[in-house]
Design a protein around this ligand. Sequence first.
Ligand SMILES: CN1CCn2c1nc1c(Br)c(Br)c(Br)c(Br)c12
Ligand code: NA
Length: 330
Amino acid sequence: MARIYASANAQLGRSWYDYDNFRIEWSSPDRYEIVDRVGGGKYSEVFEGLDTANSETCIIKVLKPVAAKKINREIKILRNLTGGPNIVALLDVVQDPSSRYHSLIMEYVDNVEWKALYPILGEVDIKFYTFQLLKALDFVHSRGIMHRDVKPGNVMIDHRHRKLRVIDWGLAEFYHPGTGYHIRVGSRYYKAPELLVGYKLYDYSLDLWSTGCMLASMLFRKEHFFRGSDNNDQLLKIMKVLGSDNFDAYLKVYDIPFETDMAALLHSYPKQPWTRFVTAENQPFVTSEALDLLDKLLRYDHQKRLTAREAQAHPYFNLVRLEATSIKGD
Ligand SMILES: CN1CCn2c1nc1c(Br)c(Br)c(Br)c(Br)c12
Ligand code: NA
């Protein structure tokens, strides 16, 4: 059971979380022009577009037919969240009458690719962007929704305007206490331990593990902090840092049966001190407060991880919390 916001959906009511009986009015795609392909994946092709009605740049996310069932959920969630802090805005939903393709028209972000961004972030940048991500996650969790795929590729950052937007709500779900969820979610390097051991009764705290992985990446200047070659190796990479004793304790608390044919996972590993990852290069901004926050996010036990609200109150953010609250709006 989530420590916070467990009853959010019960309080918000069925019209908030029921995405099955939900009729969508599709607009015509005519006012939008595709400019350039910017990416894509299993469920969609993503384009930079032009809204000819206002000459604004936008993002056109063309959903593949395979995503048909999930369209309702993504649109419902985006509509519930649009307007929230640092949440990408859903501007329109269109369907092409001939091709039958559905597309989401989203707010454009002049995103700087993670590969180029993470090595140039200074101490204040890391604090600022992590704080903005936590602000978005606390908002989303308070509305009964878990993102389930937090990773650099889903956190758009326009560094020039210091603008952060969380995108891609295609894997997001409504949290209901006692519900078992799919564990094949997220992206490997950012998958929380509960997913890797097959524990289905997870909650919002899934997103805080992923946030911890992003913070570690920025602090230690490593593109992906836990970089496993498959799900087993992913767990091994985590175990070699957090240690085996805490892993065994975690399995016990939740009575998680864990079998593996990977011998290395049965070895015993000591917990590494976070200072082990400090180098001459990252040393200027890896402060003891940063490591304290990181230690409180990267916990096996999801109930022991800080919530997004608690993390925002950590002293590590003292410098940016005041600024963030004083500048109203975005
Ligand atoms: C793969 N790429 C690169 C930039 N970019 C990509 N997908 C995006 C999505 Br979905 C949205 Br919504 C926004 Br906004 C941006 Br920007 C996006
Ligand atoms: Na999106």
